[in-house]
Design a protein around this ligand. Structure first.
Ligand code: IMP
Length: 185
């Protein structure tokens, strides 16, 4: 934990919550589990952009099995609130018939994004469909989703860094920060 380190995005002040080393260690453990469970399978990682680009890159570097990766792009958040509506901005551009698909997500919050993506893949005849998320906010769930792999289960706080953003900012930060204070203009 990097104590006392803060960043400011607009009117929002954030403090370090998960340091890069902690994230790296947890991703290594997740990759080890996936390596053990998907040996001999036709493995496809489906990365959900934008938020999971950094997680996907670091996770996949630790996967020692033959695998493929593909990307879809969706958006639902505006500021620190989910808009509720999931917009598909770039769709799936390939077949997934017979593949064991692992969806790679940055954070499962209300569950709406994962529910919508799982529903859109249901008829595509994948051998299996699982979700791997770096962060999970179980208290915020509105739609039930089965999440197979969770990096960190976190309380209901807005976070940025390591791919996660606030209105486009913060994605480049190597640590994950939690919202500490918002100034009222
Ligand atoms: P859900 O559909 O409500 O589960 O939200 C999933 C998406 O909302 C994630 O992929 C993120 O892009 C975004 N999101 C949810 N919580 C946060 C947060 O704390 N910080 C930044 N983005 C978030």
């Amino acid at each position: 934990m990097k104590d006392g380190q803060e960043i400011v995005i607009g009117l929002h002040r954030f403090e370090v919550y998960l340091a890069a080393q902690e994230i790296e260690k947890r991703i290594e453990a997740l990759a080890e589990t996936i390596n053990a469970e998907y040996a001999g399978k036709k493995l496809l990682f489906l990365s959900i952009l934008n938020g999971s680009f950094m997680f996907t890159a670091d996770l996949l570097k630790k996967i020692s099995l033959p695998c493929e990766v593909s990307f879809v792009k969706v958006s639902s958040y505006s500021g620190t609130d989910s808009s509720g509506a999931i917009k598909e901005l770039i769709g799936l551009d390939r077949e997934i018939v017979g593949y064991d698909v692992v969806i790679v997500e940055d954070i499962v919050d209300t569950g709406r994004t994962m529910d919508s993506i799982c529903k859109s893949l249901k008829d595509k005849q994948a051998a299996s469909l699982s979700i791997c998320t770096l962060l999970d906010k179980p208290e915020r769930r509105e739609v039930e989703v089965q999440v197979k792999y969770i990096g960190f289960s976190i309380p209901d706080r807005f976070v940025v860094g390591y791919g996660l953003d606030l209105d486009g900012f913060g994605r480049n930060l190597p640590d994950i920060y939690q919202l500490k204070h918002t100034e009222h203009a």
